[in-house]
Every structure is written in structure tokens, then in C-alpha cells.
Write a protein that binds this ligand. Structure first.
Ligand code: AMP
Length: 629
């Protein structure tokens, strides 16, 4: 039996949602639908957007209302026009097989007379933003005296936006015996207060732990020097060729600046902020939804209610002033059971803020490293290779050109042709990134005593101190993301082949065609022996001690190793990309490699030009705004 039928939803609704691809209820639907269907409880649901909460309250409402009557029986209040339209649209979709269901969307910035006309014609469900709703109530154009259910959706957002008084006034026009269902992503004291004020003994449902973000979101932070922020951000974007992201800034000027710089640098980006007219906003959102934009640069307020599936990354270009906003921001990714990454680009002074956010969301951040220029080049190259591999060939159309193409290539071997195709993109990236500096800033964090030497998330291990020497050795392995390994897979693969315990494996850094991992010094031999003669899909698996540093030289505070292909001695030449100019470290510990520092000494100069039409204008030319925390 269809699981929604088992939950008590009738066939005509189930048929409609099946067409939307709802096969199984999401956890919040599973738990709230049976409770709400009784129609006899007030209800508080602590749930993020993207968890399926619209159907969680929408399906029971459709079951409980009397659609033979044409007066308002349910009022759904939500913070933004976007969410209002989304909910209305969802309800219309769920009820498309039901006769005489009338849902009206009431929101500001659109013709009030149209909305009044729809109300006059008769509606059972009103979905509204508080401001316009109050306006209509004040015109005495609606009668809520027979409302049975009020839904307060994204209650925390409504309070953040200052709608408390409007909500009070609106609810005062509804009968006392109505049931109130409140949904909120977070539960600050103000939401608790309204829950207490409007509800009696509500049934409470928490998805995950309180105030915890979506479990499918991985939270990462990068530490950079303030002046390198834009360059670091771009590198993260370049390292994720398939990114479909929302970038959060604190001010609208910042959103505009970033969007302008990105556009100038050849990215598909645009900004969304409070100064845009509704029409402009709609246009930007349409382009984003259609994927004509890859990056949407937004302020917190402008991004409220943004409801786009498949957002792969949320990037906190600036951390939010209000901690609660971090949850809202990151909740824009990993919707509908998907996974997503929330990235924060911070300077060393903001690390304390990350620790505070960790406490709020109840989850550890992973400290990530800004990819090297080489990492980006490699990632982009393989993205291109995959694209070429997977491209759909229109046999019919291309047939007429095939003989001429063959003729053109007849002197070249298959290998030569492949190399040339790949080089089309690769050369541009190589050129752009050839002198790219290391953008990671070294920061020593004082951690509470009890945390020191403990393992955080994998990928972030505070090195265990051993008289100033690490107990870990960093190893290179010639397998990486192109072999479809992530950190977890690689850990399993290492443990299976070597029989060492996962607990003795430290930081795992998965790259494109290779990876690094740390193992306890005592286990290095076991790993070497374990992988002897092992092959992966016909390729010999190779393990080497990474870079210049073996365990005995790596001290606790030291960061990224010289690593693959970049260290002076033991230089590796693989796949022909040799970027090293013979590494050397200056006395200050600053890396000076193959011209890696040229960008910085070349004040205001170009990073090399070429790729994405880079204008050469560096962000540090602009004064950095002072941070409020
Ligand atoms: P919401 O949290 O209501 O905004 O829902 C987030 C997304 O998940 C929307 O695109 C819904 O269409 C989708 N969705 C909701 N419930 C289900 C379900 N049971 N199965 C599949 N997708 C769902």
C-alpha cells in the first residue's frame, strides 16, 4: 500500500502527490501527519525548510477542511512573498484532483484588487504574508470568524522580520477554538513566547536535535587573510565546477560588488538584495531557478523564503551577524534529502564565531584548505574529461561533418587527439593558475584544554603532541575523487587492505587523482605492506610518504605539507603537469615556490590573465569593511 494512504491521506491526494514524485513520506511528514489529521491539537514543529514541511501541514489541511463551503477555514501565515506563492502552488498541486478547492495567495508588492476579487469569489485557504493580510483585514474584506486552523510557517523568520504585532492583530480576528500549528527552523525565546501565547498544550515535534541543522549538510570553514577573500572564494568556486550556489554577504553593497566582480570575471552570477524592485527580484530568481545563474549573491533578508532545490553550496562570504541566521542560510542547501555543503570563508579572528555556531547547530565544522592552483586545474581538467566522456552525441547531425573531421585528425593518434581536446580548457586554467599563491592563512587556535589533541571531524584532527613531534605520518596514495573515493570510502579502503584500525587514521585529504591520509607512525609499515601488490581497477596502488615531511619533522602547528608535485626535493612528475619551480621556504616560513608569491608582489597586478577573462583587479584594492563581531 502507498505509505501516504497508510498515514491516512485519501487516494485523490495521494495520486496527485505521486505525480510530484512523493513516494515515501519525509520524516517530518511521517511524524506530523497522523497527529495533525486528528485536527484536535495545537502543534509545534521544529523543522528546516526543505524537509517537506509544506506537505506535512498541507495534506492534513486538505483532509480536514470542508470544501463544499466557501468561507475561509484555514489561514497560513509565512514571512515572504516567495514562500507564500510556493505554499499556494504546492497546495494547488496536492489538491488538483479535488473539486472546489480555493486557495488564495495574499502578499505585498502585487495588485491588492486581484487578491480582493479572489477572496470575494470564495476561498477556504488563505496563504498570506502578515503585512498585506492586515491591510485586507483592516479593509474589512475578509471574515476569519470561522477559521479552524492557523499555520504559522517559518515563525522565527516572521519574528525576525518584525511581524510580531501584525501577527497579534491578525490572530485576534480568528476564533479562540481554532487550532494553531507552528513551524520554525529555530526555537529562540521569542518563538517560544508566541507558542506559549497562542497555544494550549501543543504537540511538539523536533526533527533532529533542537536547533540542529540538517544532518545532510557538511559545514566547512576556510581561514584566509582578509585581503585574499575574493581570490579564495573564486578558487573554491573553480574547484567545484558543478557548483549551484547561494553566496551570502552582510550588506547589499557587498552583494553588488561581488556579483559585479564575478560577472566581470566571466561567471554566471547576479545579486539579490533589498534595493531591487519586486520585478527585478523575480527576474533574478527566475534566472537562478532556470540555472542561467550559477551563483546567487544575496543578503540574509533578500534570501528569505528562497526555495530552490538542488543548491549544492551555501557560501558564507561574510558570517551572519545573528547566529540564528547561519541555520537559515545553510538550510538553503541539502533540501529534500539531498546533501549539501555550507562553506564559511573567515579570517583568523572569526574562528571564535565558528565555534559558537558549532554549539548552536550541534555539529562540528571541518577545517578545509583553499585548494592550490594545481588542485583547481586538475579538478577542472577532469570535469572536462567527464563532460567529454558523457556528452550526448547527435549522430545524425554530426555525420555530415565526420569525414572532414577525420581528415583533419588523420595524422594524429587517439592519444594526441585526447590531449588536444583536454588542453583546450586545461591551458587556460594552467595559465591562470600557474602563479597562484597559497591562500590559506595560518592560525593557531587556543582550544579548551580538554579538547586539545582530540579528534574533531575527520579531515580536522588537532595533531597529537609528542614533545613537539607529530605521532602521524602523512601518506600519499594514487587514488582520489576521480576514482569515486570520498573520505569515508578511502578510510574503509585503507582499513580493509591494511587491517589497521580507523581510529589510527588521521586527516584524509581526497584530491582528484590522488589523496593524502595520515596514519599513526607505528602503522606506516603496516600500510606499506598492506598495499603491496594491490591494484585498483587494474592500476597498481601506490603509497608514499608525502612531501618533505615525515613524522619526525612535522610539528603540531604546521599546516599543509609541500605535498604533491610542489616540494623542492622528491619532486613527482605525473601526468606531465609539473608546476614546481623548485620549492624553497623563506625564513619566515612563507612559501616561495615557482613564482607562487608573484601575485602578491605584483601589487594590484593580474594573476596571470587568461582564464575567465580575469580583469586583474584585486579585491584587496578595496578597503575591508569592519566586522561587527
Ligand atoms: P518543503 O520543505 O515543503 O519546502 O519541501 C522541500 C521539497 O521537497 C519540495 O520541493 C517538495 O516538493 C519536496 N518534497 C516534499 N515532500 C516530499 C516527499 N515525501 N517525497 C519527495 N519529495 C518531497
Amino acid at each position: 500500500m502507498n505509505p501516504f494512504i497508510e498515514l491516512g491521506i485519501r487516494h485523490d491526494i495521494v495520486n496527485a502527490i505521486s505525480e510530484l514524485g512523493f513516494e515515501n513520506p519525509t520524516p517530518i511528514q511521517e511524524q506530523s501527519i497522523p497527529v495533525l489529521l486528528t485536527g484536535s491539537n495545537d502543534f509545534v514543529g521544529l523543522a528546516q525548510t526543505g524537509t517537506g514541511k509544506t506537505a506535512a501541514f498541507g495534506l492534513p489541511l486538505l483532509e480536514l477542511l470542508d470544501f463544499e463551503e466557501n468561507y475561509p477555514q484555514a489561514l497560513i501565515l509565512c514571512p515572504t512573498r516567495e514562500l507564500c506563492l510556493q505554499i499556494t502552488n504546492d497546495l494547488n498541486n496536492y489538491s488538483k484532483n479535488m473539486p472546489n478547492v480555493h486557495v488564495v495567495a495574499v502578499y505585498g508588492g502585487a495588485s491588492i484588487s486581484d487578491q480582493l476579487r479572489q477572496i470575494k469569489r470564495g476561498v477556504q485557504i488563505v496563504v498570506a504574508t502578515p503585512g498585506r493580510m492586515l491591510d485586507i483585514i483592516n479593509r474589512k474584506a475578509i471574515d476569519f470568524s470561522k477559521v479552524k486552523f492557523v499555520v504559522l510557517d517559518e515563525a522565527d523568520e516572521m519574528l525576525n522580520m518584525g511581524f510580531q504585532e501584525d501577527i497579534d492583530s491578525i490572530l485576534s480576528t480568528t476564533p479562540d477554538e481554532k487550532k494553531t500549528w507552528l513551524f520554525s527552523a529555530t526555537m529562540p525565546a521569542e518563538v517560544r513566547r508566541i507558542a506559549k501565547k497562542y497555544m494550549t498544550d501543543p504537540h511538539e515535534l523536533t526533527m533532529g536535535t533542537k536547533n540542529t541543522g540538517n544532518a545532510n549538510i557538511e559545514h566547512e570553514y576556510y581561514i584566509i587573510r582578509a585581503r585574499d577573500k575574493y581570490a579564495a572564494f573564486k578558487r573554491i568556486v573553480d574547484f567545484n565546477p558543478e557548483i549551484f550556489g547561494i553566496v551570502f554577504c552582510r550588506t547589499k553593497i557587498e552583494t553588488q560588488e561581488i556579483a559585479e566582480s564575478l560577472i566581470k570575471d566571466g561567471y554566471n552570477a547576479d545579486s539579490l538584495h533589498g534595493d531591487l524592485s519586486q520585478q527585478q527580484r523575480d527576474k533574478v530568481m527566475k534566472r537562478y531557478r532556470d540555472r542561467s545563474l550559477q551563483l546567487l549573491i544575496a543578503t540574509d533578508v533578500a534570501a528569505r523564503g528562497i526555495d530552490v532545490n538542488d543548491v549544492t553550496h551555501v557560501i558564507n562570504y561574510s558570517l551572519p551577524d545573528e547566529l540564528e541566521n547561519y541555520t537559515h542560510r545553510s538550510g538553503r542547501t541539502a533540501r529534500a534529502g539531498k546533501t549539501g555543503v555550507s562553506i564559511s570563508i573567515i579570517n583568523g579572528k572569526e574562528l571564535g564565531k565558528i565555534r559558537q555556531i558549532e554549539r548552536v547547530i550541534g555539529k562540528k565544522f571541518i577545517k578545509a584548505e583553499i585548494p592550490t592552483g594545481f588542485d583547481v586545474v586538475e579538478k577542472q581538467l577532469f570535469a572536462l574529461v567527464h563532460k567529454v566522456h558523457n556528452v550526448e552525441v547527435n549522430e545524425q547531425q554530426i555525420e555530415q561533418y565526420t569525414p572532414r573531421i577525420m581528415e583533419e585528425f588523420k595524422e594524429l593518434s587517439k592519444e594526441d587527439i585526447i590531449k588536444r581536446f583536454a588542453s583546450l580548457e586545461f591551458n587556460r586554467f594552467l595559465e591562470y593558475y600557474k602563479n597562484a599563491p597559497d591562500l590559506n592563512a595560518a592560525v593557531e587556535e587556543r582550544r579548551p584544554f580538554e579538547e586539545r589533541g582530540e579528534r574533531g571531524e575527520r579531515g580536522e584532527r588537532a595533531p597529537r603532541s609528542n614533545g613537539g613531534k607529530s605521532e602521524f605520518t602523512r601518506l600519499f596514495i594514487n587514488l582520489g575523487s576521480v576514482d569515486e573515493f570520498n573520505r569515508g570510502d578511502l578510510l574503509g579502503y585503507i582499513c580493509n587492505n591494511t587491517k589497521i584500525s580507523g581510529r589510527t587514521v588521521g586527516k584524509i585529504d581526497v584530491k582528484g587523482v590522488y589523496s593524502f591520509f595520515e596514519v599513526a607512525n607505528d602503522d606506516v609499515e603496516k600500510v606499506m605492506t598492506g598495499f603491496k601488490g594491490i591494484d585498483f581497477k587494474g592500476r597498481e596502488v601506490r603509497i608514499e610518504v608525502s612531501g618533505e615531511g615525515t613524522s619526525s619533522t612535522r610539528t603540531g602547528g604546521e599546516r599543509r605539507e609541500g605535498g604533491y608535485n610542489r616540494s623542492g626535493g622528491g619532486e613527482r612528475r605525473e601526468g606531465g603537469y609539473n608546476r614546481s619551480g623548485g620549492g624553497e621556504r623563506s625564513g619566515s616560513g612563507e612559501r616561495r615556490e615557482g613564482g607562487f608569491n608573484r601575485e602578491r608582489s605584483n601589487a594590484g597586478g593580474s594573476t596571470g590573465g587568461g582564464f575567465r577573462d580575469f580583469s586583474g583587479k584585486r579585491r584587496e584594492d578595496r578597503p575591508e569593511r569592519r566586522r561587527r563581531f
